[in-house]
Write a protein that binds this ligand. Structure first.
Ligand code: 5GP
Length: 109
């Protein structure tokens, strides 16, 4: 795993193309897009992964999905899109900060 680049982005230490931000959620463009639209939905609160999520975080996790859907609508992904969470080594997780990938803009079959 590499260091937590997303905390550094949220703290303004390294740049990113920010699509949306509020007090709880940031959305940035993936630096190596795998689809015409490839955004990362990132909670400001640091969770290394789903192991760190407690019951009182459930509303925040729900918000991540709502923001992801809003982003998909704003990008006119009317034909559909994919949300992905990579978890742990076998899941292919690289950045140790919980995030959802939003992929779309082509047929992902
Ligand atoms: P993971 O495998 O952890 O779910 O995916 C991490 C994602 O973060 C990858 O798709 C990768 O391209 C993206 N990424 C890694 N470093 C940076 C960065 O510095 N800036 C941005 N915008 N995306 C990054």
């Amino acid at each position: 795993m590499i260091t937590d680049i997303f905390c550094k982005i949220i703290n303004g230490e390294i740049p990113a193309e920010v699509v949306y931000q509020d007090d709880h959620v940031w959305v940035i463009k993936d630096i190596a897009p795998q689809a015409p639209v490839h955004f990362l939905i990132i909670p400001v609160k640091h969770f290394t992964g789903l192991d760190d999520v407690a019951e009182h975080d459930e509303a925040l996790l729900g918000k991540l999905f709502r923001v992801a859907h809003d982003m998909a609508k704003k990008q006119n992904l009317d034909k559909g899109y994919r949300l992905v969470v990579n978890e742990g080594e076998h899941g292919g997780k690289l950045v140790p900060h919980l995030h959802i990938h939003l992929l779309g803009g082509k047929n992902l079959k």
